[in-house]
Design a protein around this ligand. Sequence first.
Ligand code: NAP
Length: 261
Amino acid sequence: MSPNFPDLKDKRVLITGSTMGIGLATAQAFAHQGARVGLNGRKAPEHLDDILAGMQTDGGESAFFAADLAHSAGCQQLVDAFVARFGGIDVLINNAGGLVGRKPLEAIDDEFFDAVSDLNMRSVLMTTRFALPHLRESAKQSGQTASVISVGSIAGHTGGGPGAALYGASKAWLHNIHKNWVDFHTAEGIRFNIVSPGTVDTAFHADKNEEVRQRISAGIPMGRFGKTSEMAPAFLFFASHACSGYITGQILDVNGGQYMP
Ligand code: NAP
C-alpha cells in the first residue's frame, strides 16, 4: 500500500538526477500523488516515453529536461525550462550526485576535486539559487511553505568509504549549508531538509561484486541494501506542508540502522 499525501496533488516538483535510481523512484512516487514532476539527467533515459506514460497513468503530469548540473549554466537552464513548462516551483529536490570515482588522498588532483565538487556541491548550490525566487513566490501565493530537499549521505556523517573522502565531505558540506539557508530563508516561507540514504541498491554500487555486497549487508541491522522505493516516502513527507510544515533544517537518515547519529 502506498502512502497518501493529498496536499501534494498539482504541486510543481523539480527533481534533479531523476532518470534512474533514487530520483526516478521519487519522481514516480510524486506522480502517484498527482504532482507535476520535472525529471532531469544529462541525457534522456532509454525508455523515457514509457516512464512519462506510466507517471501520467498514475495521475501525475511529467516532463524531462536534459541539463548537466555540474555547470552553473546547466542549473539555470533547468530551472528556466521547468518554470516555462509548469509556471513555477513548489518543491525542489536536489538529488543529482555521485562518487565520480574512488581516489586515495595521494591520487586526488585538481581535476578530480573539481569534478566531485561540481557534481555534488555546485549543482545543489546553483540550482537552489536559481530556484529561490520561484520558491519564494510559491510560498507567497499559496500561503504554504515551499520545500527544498537535498540528498545527503551516510558518507556525510562517517567520512565515506575507501577513496570516497571528497564525496563524503561534499555531502557533509550539503548537510551544513542547509543550516545557513534555514537561518536566512525561513522567513520567506521556504523549508530546507535533507534525506540521507545509507546503502541503496542503484547503479551507484555497480562496482561491487556479490562478496562485497554481502559484507556490507552484514553491517546493516536490516541485513540488506535499501530499495529506491523505500527512500521515496521520506521526500513526500518533507514536501508535504500538511505533514512537515513546522520541520526545517533536519536530516532524515533512511539507512536500515546502518548509522545512528
Ligand atoms: P544513480 O542511480 O547513479 O542516478 C544518478 C542520477 O543523476 C541519474 O539520473 C543521472 O543521469 C543523474 N546525473 C548524474 N550526473 C548528473 C549531472 N551532472 N547533471 C544532471 N544529472 C546528473 O544515483 P543514486 O544511487 O540514485 O543516487 C542519487 C543520490 O543519492 C545521489 O546524490 C547520491 O550521492 C545519493 N546517495 C546514494 C546512495 C546509494 O547507496 N545509492 C547512498 C547515499 C547517497 P545522467 O547520467 O543521464 O546524467
